[in-house]
Design a protein around this ligand. Sequence first.
Ligand SMILES: NC(=O)c1ccc[n+]([C@@H]2O[C@H](COP(=O)([O-])OP(=O)(O)OC[C@H]3O[C@@H](n4cnc5c(N)ncnc54)[C@H](O)[C@@H]3O)[C@@H](O)[C@H]2O)c1
Ligand SMILES: O=c1ccn([C@@H]2O[C@H](COP(=O)(O)OP(=O)(O)O[C@H]3O[C@H](CO)[C@H](O)[C@H](O)[C@H]3O)[C@@H](O)[C@H]2O)c(=O)[nH]1
Length: 329
Amino acid sequence: MSVLVTGGGGYIGSHMVLGLVDRGEDVVVLDNFTTGFDWLISPAATVVQGDVADGALVGKLVKEHEVDAIVHFAGSIVVPDSVRDPLGYYLNNTARTRDLIAAAVASGVPRFIFSSTAAVYGEAGSEPVREDARLLPLSPYGRSKLMSEMMLEDASAALPLNYAALRYFNVAGADPDGRSGQSTKGATHLIKVANEVVVGKRPFIEMFGTDYATPDGTAVRDYIHVTDLIGAHLAALDHLRAGNGNLVANVGYSRGFSVREVLEVVGRVSGAKLDIRVAPRRAGDSPSVVADSTKLRTSVGWVPKHDDLDSIVADALRWERHLLKRNAS
Ligand SMILES: NC(=O)c1ccc[n+]([C@@H]2O[C@H](COP(=O)([O-])OP(=O)(O)OC[C@H]3O[C@@H](n4cnc5c(N)ncnc54)[C@H](O)[C@@H]3O)[C@@H](O)[C@H]2O)c1
Ligand SMILES: O=c1ccn([C@@H]2O[C@H](COP(=O)(O)OP(=O)(O)O[C@H]3O[C@H](CO)[C@H](O)[C@H](O)[C@H]3O)[C@@H](O)[C@H]2O)c(=O)[nH]1
């Protein structure tokens, strides 16, 4: 038996591979390496280069490796890019996910875990956001993910497939043992960009929008350590394997930090003085998104172990320094 991890060469997927390998599972990675890297993947996994929409390839991998679950991370992830290129996002995130679900069903894989996002909520109204809040995504990215959730719901009602859709809030940090971290070129995520300024890869950071209706005027997010996010996936996999039915759940810590607060923490943890420049709001951004994670905690017994912004920033910074040395050598 093994687990097929799509996008296993990416930031989050490579941590999932570590989480599975660490508990003795066999893993097959399928990645086209558009944004991922083969060197991020644990040597214990089998790595196949290809697209998730290649149904014949997926069918072959399922058969050869006796895959009992697909964990689907592959996708395009940058909110403002999705505003500029909506059709590209609907193709890679929605249409190709449809093809992967079809291949899962055709080859008899009974379980599917999907990377969804807090972006499905948009401006949800009251916070923290529960799973039954209004789903009004503000960007093509959020819509592309919501449509994938809908396909899974409908497919699961009609076909022998159980699924978990995990709505991640803002994923950050790196493997505490230093084996993986966010390595995306031209990254756009706040903590990654700030740490690139700390190590001298960028001269300054822009603060997008200081006129939001939030306590300090900058946007608020629920930053979650990638290792706790992987803990949620492993718990969801166990939940599905135990026959407990479908699960749609938020993954966050239920507390928010503003952009200004995050940059203060980066400055304090690194000891660096960041050049921070005020810039206009970024297209597609929500003012505030904070998770209510009660459902995940009660349904699968998820207990986060790294709920501390200082450690998130410190782990991410350690990885950034590692990348700097790696690229210099
Ligand atoms: N990073 C976050 O804060 C965040 C938040 C919410 C949800 N997510 C979701 O988590 C998932 C993983 O995100 P990430 O941050 O690791 O991104 P990433 O870009 O590092 O990883 C995505 C991986 O998928 C691969 N890929 C893309 N399209 C593919 C395709 N058609 N076929 C095969 N491989 C393909 C890429 O090469 C890459 O390795 C995404 O689906 C994203 O939408 C991420
Ligand atoms: O250089 C930067 C980068 C970001 N920000 C701000 O920091 C906040 C967080 O931005 P990120 O780019 O780090 O993350 P997003 O909230 O835009 O999006 C992330 O989390 C979402 C869920 O909330 C999606 O899932 C998405 O895939 C993932 O990129 C936003 O207000 C953004 O405008 C800045 O001010 N300067």
